[in-house]
Design a protein around this ligand. Structure first.
Ligand code: SAH
Length: 368
């Protein structure tokens, strides 16, 4: 479903969500659902240990569960949610993008990025996106639907399994970080995103046991949802895709700005920082001659000075049909210098995955 310029889809269609999966249930709910389905509740514990603890999705390895019971559990609680369509890698195999087909034929993508000191899974929260940012490939295809919590978590689990099996260059490893920076607007799919996060952070065998502080939720700036997230009492890292310090430009780059203005987005971010004690990241894709002027750097610096904040500059990644390009290195350097002169810390994000259309804003989930 193609969007007109500036058009937004705030509520995803209800259709297309997959059947409920083990991962959608808390441990207590799993036990109750198993009992209801005529399977002893302790089997829920056992499967959970395999699924989350040993990262085993292969029932032939579940030696404590008889075959017939395992088949029953698979049929009732483990519908196949993600089918790999293809894997693309670069950086000598340490960056791997996977295109997944969902049960209804929708496609989404996830990206595994291995660094010396961490392994990050960048995951999708929706099939497509309704936010229509003109420089982002995902936005150009419109929104198909929300992902279920299990569909979100399974992207991380798929990476975790591949790492455990030593299939990723660099040998065995564990997912240490998760970023909701793949396809979709996570806060537009709030409940399922939060459900997924709970599962990611709960200890084995209920969940995957990833540290809350290592999970980043990136948002286009849905103010009421940022404020809601601030009240969850979770120390998640929040990233806000700002891209412009002034409403005039941001209205065109991030169309939701016509509803939630820069000032309100930043105020929500400060509320979040105060509630959680966590430094908020401001994401700013540097686009040549569009948002990279020195005066915009100064304006941004003034707006952020003294706050619990960090700026992540992203050199614009190319997307099909886009007329825009990344800033000149000289302008980028000057932008950094000006922000820093206001006492704001800045990093320039690497362009990991660019060669495989796996970098920020390039996830379009096409089959070929
Ligand atoms: N919807 C969420 C999650 C997507 S995160 C959000 O907007 O934050 C992806 C990040 O990459 C966002 O900051 C997005 O604005 C940025 N981005 C999108 N297209 C890009 C491009 N072509 N080059 C660089 N960054 C881009």
């Amino acid at each position: 479903m193609k969007l007109q310029p500036g058009e937004l889809i705030l509520t995803a269609p209800k259709k297309g969500l997959p059947p409920k999966h083990l991962v959608d249930y808390s441990l207590a709910e799993r036990k109750a659902a198993f009992a209801e389905a005529g399977i002893p509740a302790y089997r829920a514990d056992q499967v959970s240990r395999h699924w989350f603890g040993h990262l085993s999705d292969d029932s032939t390895e579940w030696t404590d569960i008889p075959d017939a019971t395992a088949s029953d559990i698979k049929e009732k609680f483990l519908p196949n949610l993600l089918t790999p369509v293809r894997n693309l890698d670069c950086d000598n195999g340490t960056t791997v993008k996977t295109v997944w087909r969902l049960h209804d034929g929708s496609l989404v993508e996830s990206v595994l990025m291995r660094y010396p000191e961490r392994i990050t899974m960048c995951i999708s929260s929706q099939a497509g996106c309704g936010m229509n940012c003109p420089f982002c490939a995902t936005g150009q295809g419109g929104l198909t639907r929300n992902l279920s919590s299990a569909e979100i978590v399974e992207q991380v689990l798929a990476g975790a399994r591949a790492l455990k099996r030593g299939e990723v260059a660099g040998g065995e490893g564990r997912v240490s970080n998760v970023v909701f920076m793949g396809m979709g607007e996570p806060l537009a799919n709030y409940e399922r995103t939060l459900g997924a996060i709970r599962r990611l952070v709960q200890p084995n065998p209920e969940g995957l046991g990833i540290s809350t502080r290592s999970i980043t939720v990136s948002t286009v700036g849905l103010v009421p949802k940022i404020l809601q997230l601030a009240k969850e009492g979770m120390q998640l890292r929040l990233a806000v895709s700002l891209h412009a310090p002034d409403d005039e430009l941001r209205d065109t780059l991030v169309p939701i700005n016509t509803r939630h203005k820069v000032k309100d987005v930043l105020n929500a971010a400060w509320t979040y920082a105060e509630a959680t004690g966590r430094r908020v990241s401001i994401e700013y894709a540097l686009i040549k001659d569009i948002n990279d002027q020195a005066w915009r750097a100064d304006l941004l610096g003034q707006m952020l000075a003294g706050k619990l904040v960090h700026v992540n500059l992203i050199p614009l990644n190319p997307t099909p049909g886009s007329i825009w390009t990344a800033s000149n290195p000289r302008d980028e350097k000057e932008f950094v210098r000006r922000l820093e002169s206001h006492g704001v810390t800045v990093t320039v994000r690497d362009t990991r995955g660019r060669e495989i259309d796996g970098a920020c804003g390039q996830l379009a989930a096409v089959e070929k």
